[in-house]
Design a protein around this ligand. Sequence first.
Ligand code: FES
Length: 186
Amino acid sequence: MTTRAAAFTRRAFLVGLATLIGFGRRIRAQVEDYTRYQPLVRPAQVALEDLMTPARAFPFTADGMTLPSAAQPNQPVHFNGMVVRTSKGDNSADRFKAVCLKCPHEGCDVDFIADPGRIPSEVTDALGHLNEALYICPCHNSTFKMGDGSKLFGPAPRGLYRFKVTAVNETAVEIGAIEEDALLIA
Ligand code: FES
């Protein structure tokens, strides 16, 4: 193959790779966008001053209403949640992520684990050394990412139910909606 042909092949490969990566990102964004949320009965507020440090979780409580299609329709339901700042920078709403603490396996409340030394050996045996904050269920060690609550390990059938951070003002982070599925199974 001539040098020119080789350069062309390499360029075509890189363009193809970039297209694939872009396509994958678009699909991922779309999947995330398909998550449906329902407003809470009233938004939960967490003081911004408690959320200035990344990867330090802060608890809150929230009240919702079960969906008309739920087994127990239109009933008030109470959630315990945790919100974290995922990175340094400005206070835009997408820098904060909030999840419901109720484990989707059998409903135990998950713990926020900031110290990697507290991660159970069953989890590190399966996932290797982890140097990040995680949510871990004390009942059967289901393990979830700090940011979006997606599942990393364990018997839970899915990631943690998510809340939506709907606004950030000068003093507080407002959590105004919860993933619709959480209101079906509550
Ligand atoms: S209840 Fe959480 S892993 Fe079983």
